[in-house]
Write a protein that binds this ligand. Structure first.
Ligand SMILES: CC(C)(COP(=O)(O)OP(=O)(O)OC[C@H]1O[C@@H](n2cnc3c(N)ncnc32)[C@H](O)[C@@H]1OP(=O)(O)O)[C@@H](O)C(=O)NCCC(=O)NCCS
Length: 159
């Protein structure tokens, strides 16, 4: 079976992030939104993970620790030619492992609500729910979802 990724790095590559975002620009609304994410990709306030497969960058996740207890997924984007091959889930698992190791208890994300954005946002929400996130709040333009990060001992006990 083909491995999900061949290389994982914590390096920052804003130009590569721009390429990934431009290929799916319809998901991100405007050039200004993409410019802001590209700027964030070079900002040390965000933790960055980038994966490579077949010598091409295939996905990036930016996370931010807003509070000691929580880490927020700020951006997760996978190369559209390799969607549904496990790369997004791999990046989420890696980010969750790092957040847990750093002492965080919860991973959160905001996803545009159905009917308030492009139809594809329903798929993005399905992706997070398939990865163990549950919805917490839908009173704003985005749905807030969260996933509990078990203590290492609970995790090893299978809780
Ligand atoms: C959302 C995204 C990151 C998912 O990454 P991915 O690598 O394609 O997802 P995975 O292969 O790990 O998917 C795991 C599971 O999530 C669910 N899932 C993923 N995409 C889905 C979709 N479009 N519709 C419904 N379920 C979906 C499925 O259960 C899938 O398992 P399966 O393929 O065996 O059925 C990717 O589609 C993407 O980059 N989208 C554009 C950018 C974006 O919208 N990012 C979110 C902003 S934070």
């Amino acid at each position: 079976m083909k491995p999900v990724v061949s290389y994982l790095t914590e390096d920052r590559h804003p130009a590569v992030v721009r390429t990934l975002l431009n290929r799916q620009a319809h998901m991100f609304g405007s050039d200004a939104t993409i410019d802001a994410y590209v700027e964030d990709a070079g900002d040390p306030a965000f933790d960055s993970l980038i994966v490579t497969r077949d010598n091409r960058t295939r996905g990036v996740i930016l996370t931010r620790r807003r509070f000691p207890e929580t880490v927020e997924v700020h951006l997760l984007v996978v190369d559209d030619t390799v969607h549904r091959t496990g790369i997004g889930s791999f990046l989420l698992r890696e980010a969750a492992a790092r957040a847990r190791t750093a002492g965080a208890k919860m991973l959160t994300v905001r996803v545009l609500g159905e009917g308030r954005g492009h139809q594809e946002w329903a798929g993005v929400r399905a992706f997070y729910e398939a990865n163990g996130f549950i919805p917490l709040d839908d009173t704003g333009p985005a749905v807030l979802l969260a996933k509990h990060l078990p203590e290492r001992q609970d995790w090893e006990d299978g809780l």
